[in-house]
Design a protein around this ligand. Structure first.
Ligand SMILES: [Zn+2]
Ligand SMILES: [Zn+2]
Length: 294
């Protein structure tokens, strides 16, 4: 990434509006995302995180050894603004489909009665502690992916601020791995860019972009070409699904020669949800969590 954050939100909003016009069948989910994005943008301006204490030589060493720059536990969160945003997103969810509506209502009630410890949940989502997240979700009877997604959406401004603070401090352009150089997260989706077919991945956790090594599965690192292939959705050249027979993982890839913008992949990830269903029907697995949890 490393572009000013207001520029980022502008691009995202532009892409959302474009897709809402082109793919009217997705209006419901894209309209929800547009509201969440607007709330995130407002929160971003109020988000201030403490400095992340990572000396330059330590950052350089990490990159050389193939370790991500920030350990999950070192991400800084603006607790007040992310709490406010969590409440707003729960309110927004209540105007949506029955799954989101139910989840929003239960989570708001649990916040009011003190049944939900948001700091604990936030820490679990940051550290990818599946056991705690599942515990909270089961206690409240809300689907795990929805709890995880709504919490994650409320952390987005803090995560983007952390990435912004760290990623420009050291060179990570030669990163050769399938996981994110900033946080170690898996790609949510990727974009084919330029004529040489470079693949730029969007991190499912921190939102950073990095270039994937060519001709390799980002999940299991196999480069056996006979195990890697891709297919298109019916009548749609914009999105492809790359599958790996070794680990049965898949990665959706947008061909930017057909449209779209590599920097707003999060929007296209939501808009290409039909391909997640298709890939899962074929027996492949999405390795990274879904942005909106549904
Ligand atoms: Zn990341
Ligand atoms: Zn694989």
């Amino acid at each position: 990434m490393i572009e000013p954050l207001d520029e980022f939100y502008k691009r995202m909003t532009h892409r959302l509006n474009q897709l809402r016009q082109e793919r009217t069948e997705l209006e419901e989910i894209l309209a929800f995302y547009a509201k969440v994005l607007a709330a995130q943008q407002e929160t971003q301006q109020e988000t201030a995180i403490p400095e992340i204490d990572l000396p330059e030589d330590r950052l350089r060493l990490k990159v050389e050894e193939g370790f991500p720059l920030i350990d999950r536990g070192d991400f800084q969160v603006d607790k007040d603004s992310s709490r406010e945003l969590f409440l707003r997103i729960c309110h927004l969810s209540m105007a949506e489909n029955p799954v989101l509506k139910g989840a929003g209502k239960i989570l708001l009630e649990a916040m009011e009665t003190g049944k939900l410890d948001l700091v604990k949940l936030t820490t679990a989502v940051l550290q990818d502690d599946a056991e705690v997240i599942e515990g909270v979700a089961n206690d409240l009877d809300v689907p795990v992916p929805v709890v995880q997604a709504l919490t994650k959406l409320s952390l987005q401004p803090s995560l983007l601020a952390s990435v912004q603070a760290v990623a420009q401090r050291t060179a990570i352009n030669d990163w050769q791995y399938g996981y994110c150089p900033v946080c170690g997260g898996l790609p949510a989706m990727a974009a084919l860019v330029g004529e040489e077919g470079k693949r730029e991945a969007l991190c499912s956790f921190c939102g950073h972009f990095w270039q994937l090594p060519r001709l390799m599965c980002p999940f299991c690192s196999t480069d056996k070409q006979e195990d890697l292939r891709y297919f298109h959705g019916e009548g749609d050249d914009l999105y492809r699904v790359y599958v790996c027979e070794q680990c049965r993982g898949y990665l959706k890839v947008m061909d930017t020669r057909e449209g779209g913008d590599a920097r707003t992949l999060a929007v296209d990830d939501v808009a290409s949800g039909h391909l997640d269903l298709l890939a899962e029907e074929e027996g492949y697995q999405r390795k990274a969590p879904r942005l909106l949890g549904i």
